[in-house]
Design a protein around this ligand. Sequence first.
Ligand code: DP6
Length: 349
Amino acid sequence: MKITKSHTAQYTAPSNIALVKYWGKQAHQIPENASISFTLKKCLTNTRIVVTPKLNEKQFIQVFFEGKMNEKFVPKIQKMFHEIHSILPWILSIDVEIHTENTFPHSSGIASSASSMCALAACLVDIHGQVYGIEQEQLNHILISEIARLGSGSAARSVYPRIALWGHVNSIKHSSNKYAIDINEILHEHFADYCDAILIVSNKEKSVSSTAGHSLMKNNSYATARYAQANKNCEKLISILQSGDEQAFVTLVEREALTLHALMMASEPSFMLFESETIQIIKSIQAFRRETNLSLCFTLDAGPNVHILYSKRIKKEVEYFIETQLKPFCYEGRVLYDELGLGIEKIKI
Ligand code: DP6
């Protein structure tokens, strides 16, 4: 299948923060365990792509990141195109120009692969609809999620509003390792207005890429137990999200974050991704919670920055605490205040 003319599409896609972490994968981006994440609102990637029939034997992929040509992203996109060839048969017969930018600061240390791969997947599925004359409404989010997964695992979850589940769990019928699904129907109102304050401890690039990190799980002695625990935590979190039990939420989410870092410390070679400020922030949050009984909790990606999750009901108290007590631990006092958002959005061009 070849395309005969030029096509273009533009989407924004959000970043997401995992509550139960994906850490460990098999071939073709099949996760070793299920994961659940909150979708963010303000941390977005905006991507426009233009595809044209391929001129030469070699495929021409050009990426412009924030207006400047950037070759760093090309190998990952090339790999993704080969992976999705069986789903989008025209993908290797095109030349492509990708224009992409993030709403969050370039050097904030926030992983952008979830939002960028999800935005790219949404554009590609849109163009698939144009090529085959399929109405946009009929192109489903599951297809976008599956393609996003083949670009970056966590990107599969960025498609949906507020909350997504990726990976098979017994209690959710249509859950799958191939794509994420929308689980908004289980979300208790206590969690529907959650905020995420992202405390930037360091703006440096990650010292271990996610892909390298996942592969370290292959020889990690705790791997089998971890995958079983993560699947169990997904089941537990689903019932917590249904019941609205914020205390149980705090316990589970913090344990997941610390387990992710414990796994990295126990890998060979070992990685310690905390900075001393990360630990000071975590301890301050725990002390503040003891003093106030407010249900706020922290979570972490594979890096030193800290995400603080809390309901809008306690926004005033938590944000005063962050501004007065935690900001000094942040790189240049940087905090990004985000909240649950609505997933991908098509931009009319
Ligand atoms: C720690 O999705 O970035 O953020 O599939 O290799 O692109 P690749 O990895 P990636 O891994 C994310 C790991 C994590 C946890 C999570 O988001 O679930």
